[in-house]
Write a protein that binds this ligand. Structure first.
Ligand code: SF4
Length: 235
């Protein structure tokens, strides 16, 4: 039998139970993935949360595979504090209302200087089909990429911020803005956030602090987020 096109497989108008069944099946398959031999853990998932909003991290750290959830440690504390402060959603609400994905779903291990290794291009490519299928199933209205590697999966940083090599220093052209992006045959809004880990102080000092707040206000005011739980908005 001929293979169905992605559009036919995941039609635009999909009943919620159908979507949930597809997502359940997707997450079950994802958890069995072993495509990348250099990864140091099995995949981490936030569960089959049917949502119009997706948060995309970079990759789990060493704690997430043990605790079996994304953003389970230091970076998560900051991320969830941001959502509580600006969207009125505590960690439990965020985890139960927003689908968590990542550029790579397994812990890449440490680099030679002791930090978490950035996933290699082949690993990013291997893992991208999982994200594409999630976009086809969920058809999100808003995607929130967190940190440089995640942002680069959606936005041509060289186009927006000039020389791609200077990207880490040109977050000011990216953070605090909303973009319209097409991926996996679907069009959606993207509002990037800086990585909330303690490794970079960018979000704590000017201009990053004000731009991060601006991005969080854009997220809080986005109709897809407001619809999740009638959350409190800050002007
Ligand atoms: S990083 Fe992604 S593609 Fe690679 S083994 Fe983990 S889940 Fe599979």
């Amino acid at each position: 039998m001929a293979k169905q096109s992605p559009k036919a497989q995941y039609p635009d108008v999909m009943a919620r139970p159908t979507r949930h069944a597809l997502l359940n099946q997707h997450v079950a398959e994802l958890l069995k993935c072993r495509r990348c031999p250099r990864m140091k853990s099995t995949p981490v998932s936030g569960g089959a949360i049917v949502s119009d909003v997706m948060i995309i991290g970079q990759a789990p750290g060493p704690r997430e595979p043990v605790l079996q959830r994304p953003f389970a440690h230091t970076a998560g504390k900051t991320l969830f504090r941001w959502f509580e402060e600006f969207c009125g959603m505590n960690e439990g609400v965020v985890r139960s209302k927003i689908y968590f994905a990542a550029v790579c779903r397994c812990f890449p291990g440490k680099n030679s200087s002791g930090g978490d290794r950035v996933p290699a291009p082949d690993e990013v490519r291997n893992c991208s089909s999982w994200m594409d299928d999630e976009i086809r199933i969920l058809q999100p209205r808003l995607i929130i990429p967190v940190g440089r590697l995640a942002i680069m999966q959606f936005i041509d940083c060289a186009d927006v911020a000039g020389d791609a090599d200077s990207f880490p220093y040109r977050l000011d052209r990216i953070i605090g803005h909303r973009f319209r992006v097409t991926r996996a045959e679907h069009r959606f809004d993207v509002i990037p956030l800086p990585h909330p880990s303690g490794a970079s102080p960018w979000h704590k000092i000017p201009p990053g602090k004000a731009l991060t707040e601006r991005a969080l206000k854009l997220i809080a005011c986005h109709p897809a987020v407001a619809a999740l739980c009638g959350c409190r908005r800050r002007s």
